[in-house]
Design a protein. Structure first.
Length: 84
């Protein structure tokens, strides 16, 4: 069943499959459906999480309040940050 607030559902599903959060995938897919907007795939100028140290990932997870972060590996922190 289609979701009424999504204007480009195929793109939304593709972005979700690539690991984007629901909110980010919806924003990008809706913006792509609007001819006046030109969203890019890449956001700001931060390097990808894979280039961050585990300590930097932990600090970011602490800033946004991810629970259980102290026992997470670098890969788990990346997954948690992207899901948030």
């Amino acid at each position: 069943m289609p979701t009424p607030q999504l204007k480009h559902e195929d793109l939304y599903e593709e972005l979700r499959d690539k690991g984007m959060s629901k909110e980010k995938a919806a924003r990008i897919s809706n913006a792509k459906a609007n001819d006046e907007m030109h969203p890019s795939r890449k956001g700001g100028k931060q390097p990808p999480y894979e280039d961050w140290t585990r300590d930097d990932l932990y600090d970011r997870a602490k800033e946004i309040g991810i629970k259980g972060r102290s026992g997470m590996t670098k890969k788990e922190l990346i997954t948690a940050l992207r899901a948030h």
